[in-house]
Design a binder for this molecule. Structure first.
Ligand SMILES: Cc1cc2nc3c(=O)[nH]c(=O)nc-3n(C[C@H](O)[C@H](O)[C@H](O)COP(=O)(O)OP(=O)(O)OC[C@H]3O[C@@H](n4cnc5c(N)ncnc54)[C@H](O)[C@@H]3O)c2cc1C
Length: 380
């Protein structure tokens, strides 16, 4: 029997597994996907995560593949509204490291045991001093037990631990178009650009290999046809003066946004972390980082429990309070970003520009740079 069984080998489950194994804990990872996913979601890794993973060498490995984004500019109709200067923050890593989520997962996999792939967990039940897990694998039912179980299976695994009505969810009406594409001759490689005008937000983030991620607010109910999406994203870029980038777009995904913060992260020997416990709008890019900090801060507590056989109750309670408070803060910030990024009538858009200008002027600008790089997280 492993000491800790982890459900889900996404970035959060992989990090927790690696952190536990490096502390001498026996871990089993169950993952329903037969292979790692190719698509990219999270691209930004923030300073508090880089600092938390420095001692293990994970930060060095992430940075070897990453682009360092030191600055962000907010623009409207080609004019500069203000700047966010991560490079002026007094932190050990004064930048946002960008790399595709698959690359982050590859780095985290190197320290984690191989997951049992194609294993879909169906139920988790506490039984005395152990937790019993039922799952399907290779078309057959299977069972496993462990003294401690951590659910890190993303939003799809929330029902394993919470009744559907126990977790409040807010579905925003906004949807966005997104692509990662080559970026010939556009902004410098350390600069993120946020275009904000009456058509809504268009974000352009640097990625390694001369690519950029483009995310554009999309009108509710717009045509879901893939070719129509590509056309709208190209138009959104061209209208903001990014003609070359517009030509390089050949595919466009779409995503909606939700806000979820679970009421609890622990029930006895069962824990829930990452997107399984909280979802925040990707507009602001903190969801994966929140989960990685859940994992990095939980690992020493679980390892201590396994070593001593005694639950560190007070430390676990403080951990749960800190992580829930951090998730609520990130969700509020992401909510503000989502509201700020909507298409608005010209007059209200003018007021928004004034507000953004004020936010990004001294002395407020430093506070916003801190907030946007997860400096408000309780474990930052
Ligand atoms: C478009 C987009 C852009 C984003 N950009 C950013 C960003 O820039 N920065 C950021 O911090 N965050 C970002 N996010 C959020 C980020 O992708 C998630 O927060 C992150 O992937 C959560 O990691 P996780 O490991 O908790 O869950 P997941 O990544 O969802 O991984 C969970 C894993 O568990 C497995 N699983 C699920 N159910 C079961 C089961 N029953 N049994 C076994 N296995 C199971 C799944 O197959 C999956 O592999 C973005 C999200 C989106 C959609």
């Amino acid at each position: 029997m492993p000491d800790v069984l982890i459900v889900g080998a996404g970035p959060v489950g992989l990090l927790l597994a690696g952190e536990l194994v490096s502390r001498g804990v026996e871990v089993e990872l169950l993952e329903k996907r037969p292979a790692t996913g190719a698509g990219s979601r999270a691209i930004g890794v923030h300073a508090p995560v880089l600092r938390a993973l420095e001692d293990s060498g994970t930060t060095e490995a992430l940075l070897a593949d990453a682009t360092r984004v030191g600055r962000g500019e907010a623009r409207a109709a080609g004019r500069l509204l203000g700047e966010v200067r991560f490079d002026r923050l007094s932190t050990r890593f004064p930048f946002v490291a960008t790399l595709p989520q698959a690359a982050t997962e590859a780095v985290l996999s190197a320290r984690a045991p191989d997951p049992l792939r194609g294993a879909t967990v169906w139920s988790i039940l506490p039984r005395g001093d152990a937790v019993h897990v039922r799952y399907g694998h290779a078309g057959r039912p299977a069972e496993a037990s462990a003294p401690l179980v951590v659910v890190a299976g993303g939003s799809a695994s929330r029902d394993l631990v919470f009744r559907p009505d126990a977790v409040r969810m807010h579905q925003y009406r906004d949807t966005y178009l997104m692509t990662d594409a080559p970026a010939p001759g556009t902004a410098p490689a350390d600069l993120a650009v946020i275009h904000l005008d009456r058509r809504g937000v268009l974000e352009s983030f640097p990625l390694p290999g001369g690519r950029r991620r483009y995310v554009a607010w999309d009108a509710p109910g717009a045509d879901p046809d893939p070719a129509a999406r590509v056309e709208r994203l190209r138009t959104a870029l061209a209208e903001r003066g990014e003609a070359e980038a517009s030509d390089s777009v050949t595919a466009a995904g779409a995503f909606g946004v939700r806000r979820v913060v679970a009421p609890r992260l622990r029930n006895g020997r069962i824990f829930v972390i990452g997107d399984a416990a909280h979802e925040v709008s990707p507009i602001g890019g903190q969801g994966m980082n929140l989960g990685l900090l859940d994992a990095a801060t939980l690992a020493p507590l679980l390892a201590g429990w396994v070593r001593s056989g005694v639950a560190p109750q007070a430390a676990l309670q403080r951990w749960e309070q800190r992580r829930l408070a951090s998730a609520r803060t990130a969700a509020r910030l992401a909510g503000v970003n989502t509201s700020l990024g909507r298409s608005l009538p010209t007059l209200v858009d003018g007021m928004r520009r004034l507000a953004v200008r004020a936010m990004l002027t001294r002395p407020l600008d430093r506070g916003f740079a801190r907030a946007y790089s997860m400096g408000l997280d309780r474990d930052a």
